[in-house]
Design a protein. Structure first.
Length: 268
């Protein structure tokens, strides 16, 4: 597993965007052979999205033959609700790049048969040839998507109860009222995103430092679900200095040393 440490959120976001753009260009996708890309909502990936939008506007990357898969969605709030993940992803990213609407697959938390929607979503991933790259972010307790602590590490896309702690954290987007935060959601499973050819997890800020320490310096543990990426054949964490606050000094020095030559922006 690679760990790329930057001095700021802005620097990690730019590096991540250049890396994703390079992977898309190297793959050279076509309508018959699209590039499958998993993406999360939330605040951590916003900087990466903004940088990818800039690269697209500069003509350095096209999403015309990219098929995107949203990581998760709340159950029971309107699609046009400002905090639905569909709204967030379209407003923050998809509407500002050249990806065709039919190439965007997002979980529908208002479907009459939620289990069927989850199975259909898995089918879309298979039909696209799988995800070439999954871009993820994590919560302070190491959850990814709605795969809360204790989730199965072989799980597939499914309905999940959202913990009170996660709802309390999300309440800031719902007028600081935890009662307005949905209690259930749909999410890719850990096994689903682990099937991607490559994983990138962006981690920023002191409040994620304990989770990062658990991921890097301890064993795989279903109570820190993202720790499963230790077992992936091609996984990378891109983080800032603040997120390394709880790592051993030796751990930070080690990864900075071995990745020193890769600290510049990936070439496009």
């Amino acid at each position: 597993m690679r760990i790329i440490i930057h001095d700021s959120y802005e620097a990690l976001s730019k590096w991540a965007a250049y890396y994703v753009a390079r992977r898309i260009r190297e793959f050279n996708p076509t309508p018959e052979r699209p590039f499958g890309l998993g993406v999360p909502a939330g605040t951590s990936p916003v900087g990466t999205f903004q940088q990818l939008i800039s690269l697209h506007q500069e003509g350095k990357v096209s999403f015309q033959n990219v098929v995107a898969f949203g990581l998760d969605e709340y159950v029971g709030i309107p699609e046009d609700h400002p905090q639905s993940h569909q709204s967030v992803l379209w407003n923050e990213f998809f509407s500002q790049i050249d990806i065709p609407a039919e190439n965007v697959h997002l979980l529908n938390g208002n479907a009459p048969d939620l289990e069927a929607i989850c199975e259909e979503f898995e089918g879309h991933i298979v039909s696209a040839g799988g995800m070439q790259l999954f871009l993820g972010s994590i919560g302070p307790d190491g959850h990814i998507g709605f795969n809360e602590p204790g989730s199965s590490l072989s799980s597939r896309t499914r309905i999940k109860t959202i913990t009170k702690a996660a709802r309390a954290a999300d309440a800031r987007w719902f007028g600081n009222d935890i009662n307005r935060v949905p209690k259930t959601g749909l999410t890719m499973g850990v096994g689903t995103f682990m099937d991607a050819q490559e994983l990138i997890i962006v981690v920023s800020g002191f409040n994620k430092s304990r989770a990062l320490q658990k991921i890097l310096e301890e064993e795989v543990n279903h109570m820190w679900t993202v720790s499963m990426i230790q077992l992936h054949r091609r996984a990378m964490i891109i983080c800032d200095d603040e997120a390394t606050s709880e790592l051993k000094v030796g751990t930070v020095k080690y990864f900075k040393d071995i990745e020193r030559e890769n600290s510049g922006l990936p070439e496009l």
